[in-house]
Structure formats: structure tokens, C-alpha cells
Design a protein around this ligand. Structure first.
Ligand code: ADP
Ligand code: ZN
Length: 731
């Protein structure tokens, strides 16, 4: 019988590579043959590139000229489920397959033999002369039987210097061996006791654990206020998944979340899970990638790209803070990790748990329509109660133009400080000041490459463009009129707010938390832990602090500018503001002490501000849903953003106009085109950007229509076209 999943030597195979080609290429299977899904190295022109055996070859090319696969890499073949997932994800996001494959192989040196390191164990011989130090080493090794240790471990654990061990190696009393670096992960124990759950939590946990045990696809929206124990609940689902012998993935929005979180997971399961994020070293990435493929990593805690790892037997995907905007990849492949998690799970027969205190409207609507199961945790765990919400009407406060903390807020902070508690001032703006202005001529310093203002970062002593990352020194004279010493900062960023706080609260320890102020994610984590342990009295932070951290002694959150997110024309402005304000407020009063959140606003009667204050979530969602439904926008209609960009503005506009005029493939499915218009940020990195918006009814097969439509356009020169299905932000 012929095994359809194996190709004998010389058989034609179609290989998908990570190179930007529009199809898989035919190669001959190498000596020894190869499996369907095998990771291979193939010749492409003068180069060797990575690829995957995607199926039988097409055979539309002279067999004699077809080249052979160079070698099969020593990693588990890509499973058919993963291949289907990549194909479906590509079709959904209109992404070329090679780009999808690149996402799925983000671990360098996959094909390299594993790197080795020296390890030490008991050798066959006795030393010629016994010393105290030598005896300690040998006794330690005797105690651990056949285990081996690195030099550092062995020296540290037996309390000797490494030269003592080297001496023993020479004598044959200790054996030195090479061992692969890519070690399996320590096994996790799902049977360790979890916390004793409340009735509410237990009901939710039982539900998700049973769903996992059933081994079928399903999505659960787990909604509960911050601190209600959602994490405890989904860890029970993870336990059920591990007990069933399947792998689990927990996606987190920000790497800053993980310090505290990993500790919790380690306590719950007795060992550290695999950690997948951009800060992981290359070696660690490769280790995780391989171990997951071999089933030797049971649990991955990761950022969104962990979704594309080669799980052998994935049974559960948790998307924590599912509403978070960082799940939407905004560069390279445009995908939403939450939606892709649901897709992947549905192909696998796995469960998805979407956890949030403030779900996205999409998930809320999916639960309403019965597509998702919805579980609610109503109360905060233990004595903690939800913070009291208040507004501060900034029209009634008289503040000089270089101050942002109102007297009312200042008094509230003073009270907390007297009580020995922490207060937080929240402002979602990095840097010192958003605008640098010449007081002589009114000129504002902009980025040379982008249509954006340069933001002063006093800490870095530079001006920075938040679009492209370009920096330049603060000009001493105005670049426009040449006036000296007239450049002035306008408006607050967190650094400036920090300055104000030091003046207002001279006896308090003030800490500013902003992602750009710490050299590394590790340093930032350390700072957050220090603050949680009481290392600061007044904490000033950006969005970063709104996410998941526990500050037990924090009882007041002051939002400096609650109106900030309501400006602009973004479809999700109201939703975002509502979520962010509730998340920030949720930082207050996490432990025994009740908390208060105060929102400084110039429009206290704005419906969104009122909904935040009233805490009427269902009411807010219903109103928001009705508005979107009436406008026919997501999740009640479909949308896609098309961005054309290039160095020449006129050329980009001409191309966009041509596209808009030839929209027959869209008209056929009843979709409409709006634009072209300059994108909200009309220039980034020197490229002019023009936007078209496509709107269609809910049931429309939008992707194929768009693919057909844009394929009519021949892109000239350096022009590029990007399609964003279900755009999250409009920039
Ligand atoms: P959420 O994920 O909803 O924000 P967490 O799961 O982080 O909530 O719970 C908030 C805090 O309360 C955590 O410190 C957690 O350990 C604690 N907690 C929640 N439920 C329990 C429980 N049943 N027993 C003991 N501690 C709990
Ligand atoms: Zn720029």
C-alpha cells in the first residue's frame, strides 16, 4: 500500500518556502525520502532556504531539471492541522502563504544540530587524595545518583570552586560530558491543589474544565471584574487540559504582565512553564519551538505569536484580557490573535477561554448570539470591593496652564499619603511633553519622515517620533524662525506629570512607570514588583500600569485626562475609553482597603463618561451595539482598510483613485468603497499614505472579492498595498 504521507526518494514534492513567491515549488524528495509536512532545506537560485513539504509536486516542469531537497531538518514535521490553520489564516487575512510560514518558523537555526554544553556527573574512578572540598562534591553527587549538573550548578550546590571540580575530572572521579542545550521543560503537576474556589468561581471552573475534558471545540467568554478570580478559574481549565495529556497555551497582551503571573503558574503547577515573547533569547526560542513540537512542553505562556508554535496536541487556548488592542498585529501580517485563536481551536477540537473584565464588543455580541458560552464572576474575591467612581469637573477647577493635577485630586492624594496608602496618577502619554513649540513664531517641531509631532523625552534628552522611532536633540534655536531659547514644552506626558507630583507631594516617593524609561523588560518588571511591595507612594503611569498588576496598597487612582480617548473619529473610541477607564480604576482597592477612582474631565455629561461612572456595563454595551448595528459597522457589518503607500504622493493617489473606480468585484457582492482619502497619519517614514475603506454586509465573502479587486492594480515602483481585514485602529 502507498502511504500518502510519505514520498520516496526522487518523487516530486511541492515545497512551500518562506521566500516571497506566489506558489509552492516542485523538488525531488531527497535520499531516504521525506514525510508530508517535513521541514526541509531546498536550493533556490544560489541560496538554501527553509521550506515545508506541502503536498505532492505539480509536475508541470521538466523532471530532469527539477532540483532535489537538500536535507530534511531534524524536527517534527508540520502537522496537517497546522498546515490547514496557516492556509485558513492566510485566506482570512489575505496574507501570502510564505509570510504565514515565516510566522510559524520564528525560531532561528531550526535545522541546526542542537548546541551542546558540558555537564558533570560521578565518574568511575576515585581521586588520589581526598580533601574536604572534594568529599563534598562526591557526597553531593552520590546523593543525586545519576543526575548531571552544569559546572556552575555543581560548584554552587556543593559549595566549592570550579577548580575543585576540574581537578576531579582530571582524576576521573567526575565525568565531563556534552549534553544538548535544548532540554525538555520540567513536568508540570496539574494535581497540586489550587486555591479553594468560591461558589461563583467553582461553577465557572467546573464548566470550563468539563468543556476541556470533552475534547471538542468551544469558546467561553469569562467575564468578571478585575480581581474576581478569572485567572484562578482558567488555571483550573489549564489543569484539566494537562491532566488530559494535552498542551495548553495562555496568551497575554503585554510582556510586563508575566513576572507576577509566571510566579503564580509556578506555584500552581510546581514548575515553570515555557515563556514565549520577543524578549526570549534565540536559543530559548529554538528550545521552546522544538520542545513544543515534540510534546515536551506542556504549557506555554506567551505573546500573540505563540499561537503559531507547532503544538503537538493543543487542547486549550486562554486569551487573557481578550479586548486588548495589542492582540491585533499592526505590522507585517495583520491578524488578530483572539480571532486566530478561535480559528485554530476550531480546527483542532480545542477549547478557547476569552477572559476579560471589559470584553470587546465583538465577543460580547458573540456571547449574546449564542456563539460563545458566557460565564460571569460578579464579585471581587474576598473583602475587596469595586472602587467608588467619581468625576472631577475640570471646568470648575482653575488650573494654571502648566499644571494638570486639580486641587480636588491633590487633596485626595494627600489623604492617602497621610493614611500610608498608595495613589496612582494615570496619563496615557509617554514622554515629557507631546508638543514642542517656538514661542516666537508658533512653529511645532515635527518629524522629518512622518506627518507627526516630535515628542520630548527629557529622560532620554531627545525628541522622539512615536510613529517611526526617529529621535533628534532638542533644538537650541527654532528650526523655523531661528529665535534663540524660545522652544517650550506644551502639554503633559508622564515624565512632566512626575515633575509636578514631586512638587505637589514633596514628602512622597514618586515613581514614573513608562515602557521607554527602562532599559529592558526585566528592569521594568523589577520596578513594578518593587512598587507593588510598597516602594513608592505616588505611582505615575501610562497604559502599561492598567494591565493586570496587583498593587495591594493602592487605594486611589486619578485619571488626569479622561477625555483623551474620546477625541478622534475612531469607530472604537467609546469602547476603548470605557475599557481603559474601567481597567485603570480596577487598580484601586485590590486588597482589604476599598478604593476610589477619580476622573478629571471637561465633559462629565458625555454618555461614555456617564456609563463609566454608573458602572452600567450591559447598558453601555447595548447602546454601543445598537449604534454600530445602525451604522452597519463591525461586528454587525464587515470592514476592511486598504492602505496604499509610496514615496510619491500624486502617484499613490492616482493608484487609489483607479482602484476606487474599478470596484466591480466589490459591487458584485454588494460591498461599498469609501475614499480614497489621506490616511489619518498621511506620511510615515517618508511614505505617503492613502486609505480606502470597504464596507459590506455581515454574511459577505469579503476576502475573495477584495483579493480579486486589488489584483487588478499593478503596483509601480516602490508603491505598496496593505489590506487590513477587520481593522482595529485607523491610522
Ligand atoms: P482576575 O484574573 O479576575 O483579575 P485573579 O485571579 O488575579 O483575578 O484574583 C485576584 C486576587 O485574588 C489574586 O491575588 C488571587 O490569588 C486572589 N484570589 C482569587 N480567588 C481566590 C480564591 N478562591 N482563594 C484565594 N485567593 C483568591
Ligand atoms: Zn517619524
Amino acid at each position: 500500500m502507498i502511504d500518502p504521507s510519505f514520498f520516496d526518494e526522487g518523487a516530486l514534492v511541492a515545497v512551500l518556502t518562506t521566500q516571497p513567491l506566489d506558489r509552492a515549488l516542485d523538488y525531488k524528495a531527497p535520499e531516504g525520502g521525506c514525510h508530508l509536512g517535513a521541514f526541509v532545506e531546498v536550493p533556490l537560485g544560489p541560496r538554501k532556504v527553509l521550506g515545508v513539504v506541502w503536498g505532492p509536486g505539480k509536475g508541470d516542469y521538466d523532471y530532469a531539471k527539477v532540483r532535489s531537497v537538500l536535507r530534511v531538518l531534524d524536527v517534527a514535521p508540520m502537522r496537517s492541522e497546522m498546515r490547514r490553520f496557516l492556509e485558513k489564516a492566510a485566506a482570512y487575512t489575505l496574507t501570502p502563504m510564505p509570510a504565514m510560514l515565516r510566522l510559524a518558523t520564528r525560531a532561528p537555526g531550526l535545522g541546526d544540530p542542537p548546541s551542546m554544553r558540558k555537564v558533570y556527573r560521578r565518574g568511575p574512578d576515585e581521586p588520589d587524595r581526598m580533601t574536604d572540598a572534594r568529599r563534598r562534591v562526591l557526597e553531593f553527587l552520590a546523593e543525586y545518583g545519576d543526575l548531571s549538573f552544569t559546572l556552575k550548578e555543581l560548584a554552587g550546590l556543593s559549595g566549592v570552586t570550579s577548580s575543585v571540580i576540574k581537578g576531579l575530572v582530571k582524576q576521573g572521579a567526575v565525568a565531563e560530558e556534552d549534553s544538548p542545550r535544548d532540554l525538555p521543560f520540567a513536568p508540570l503537576d496539574p494535581n497540586l491543589p489550587g486555591k479553594e474556589l468560591t461558589e461563583d468561581q467553582d461553577r465557572a471552573a467546573t464548566h470550563v474544565a468539563e468543556a476541556v475534558r470533552a475534547g471538542t471545540y468551544g469558546t467561553t467568554l469569562l467575564r468578571g471584574v478585575t480581581g474576581s478570580g478569572k485567572t484562578e478559574v482558567y488555571l483550573e481549565a489549564v489543569a484539566a487540559c494537562l491532566s488530559a495529556g494535552r498542551q495548553a497555551l495562555v496568551l497575554l497582551p503585554e510582556i510586563a504582565l508575566t513576572a507576577e503571573f509566571l510566579k503564580r503558574v509556578e506555584v500552581r503547577f510546581g514548575a515553570r512553564p515555557a515563556e514565549w515573547h520577543s524578549g526570549a533569547t534565540m536559543t530559548e526560542r529554538r528550545r521552546i519551538w522544538r520542545m513544543i513540537g515534540q510534546g515536551q512542553a506542556q504549557l506555554v505562556i506567551g505573546a500573540r505569536s505563540a499561537l503559531f508554535l507547532p503544538y503537538q496536541n493543543l487542547g486549550l487556548i486562554v486569551v487573557d484580557e481578550e479586548h486588548d488592542t495589542s492582540y491585533k498585529q499592526e505590522d507585517g501580517v495583520l491578524y488578530n490573535a483572539r480571532d486566530m485563536a478561535v480559528l485554530r481551536a476550531s480546527l483542532l477540537g480545542a477549547q478557547v477561554v476569552l477572559s476579560s473584565a471589559t470584553p470587546s464588543l465583538e465577543s460580547w455580541a458573540n456571547a449574546e448570539s449564542g456563539k460563545y458560552t458566557r460565564l460571569d464572576l460578579e464579585a471581587r474575591f474576598g473583602p475587596a470591593v469595586l472602587p467608588t467612581m467619581k468625576t472631577i469637573d475640570m471646568r470648575a477647577e482653575t488650573l494654571p496652564s502648566d499644571r494638570w493635577v486639580s486641587d480636588t485630586l491633590k487633596r485626595a492624594v494627600d489623604q492617602r499619603l497621610e493614611a500610608g496608602e498608595q495613589a496612582m496618577l494615570f496619563l496615557n502619554r509617554r514622554g515629557y511633553a507631546p508638543i514642542t513649540l517656538c514661542r516666537a513664531c508658533g512653529h511645532q517641531v515635527g518629524c522629518d519622515q512622518c506627518d507627526a509631532r516630535m515628542v520630548e523625552h527629557r529622560f532620554l534628552k531627545r525628541l522622539m517620533c512615536h510613529q517611526c522611532g526617529e529621535t533628534k536633540p532638542m533644538p537650541a534655536v527654532c528650526p523655523s524662525c531661528g529665535a534663540e531659547d524660545r522652544m517650550a514644552p506644551v502639554g503633559p506626558g508622564v515624565e512632566r506629570l512626575g515633575e509636578e507630583a514631586v512638587k505637589l507631594f514633596p514628602d512622597a516617593r514618586v515613581a514614573v512607570l513608562s515602557s521607554d524609561m527602562y532599559g529592558s523588560a526585566r528592569a521594568l518588571k523589577a520596578e513594578i514588583e518593587g512598587i507593588a511591595a510598597g516602594g513608592a507612594d505616588v505611582v505615575i503611569g501610562t497604559q502599561l500600569v492598567a494591565k493586570g498588576h496587583n498593587f495591594p496598597n493602592l487605594t486611589l487612582v486619578g485619571v488626569i485626562d479622561a477625555d483623551l480617548g474620546l477625541q478622534g473619529s475612531d469607530l472604537r473610541a467609546a469602547e476603548r475609553t470605557f475599557q481603559l477607564m474601567r481597567q485603570v480604576a480596577g487598580r484601586a482597592g485590590r486588597a482589604e482597603k476599598p478604593g476610589t477612582a477619580m476622573l478629571q474631565t471637561f465633559q462629565p455629561e458625555h454618555p461614555v463618561i456617564r456609563a463609566i461612572l454608573a458602572g452600567d456595563e450591559e447598558g453601555f454595551w447595548r447602546a454601543e451595539a445598537a449604534e454600530r448595528e445602525a451604522a452597519g459597522v463591525p461586528p454587525y457589518g464587515r470592514m476592511a482598510g486598504i492602505i496604499l503607500s509610496g514615496p510619491d504622493a500624486a502617484q499613490v493617489f492616482d493608484a487609489a483613485n483607479a482602484l476606487a473606480r474599478n470596484a466591480v468585484p466589490l459591487a458584485r457582492v454588494g460591498a461599498q468603497v469609501f475614499g480614497p482619502a489621506p490616511a489619518p497619519i498621511a506620511r510615515i517614514r517618508g511614505r505617503h499614505r492613502v486609505r480606502l475603506l470597504v464596507k459590506a454586509g455581515k454574511g459577505v465573502a469579503l476576502q475573495s472579492a477584495i483579493a480579486q479587486w486589488v489584483s487588478q492594480l499593478r503596483l509601480k515602483g516602490d508603491m505598496r498595498l496593505a489590506v487590513d481585514i477587520d481593522p482595529q485602529s485607523f491610522y
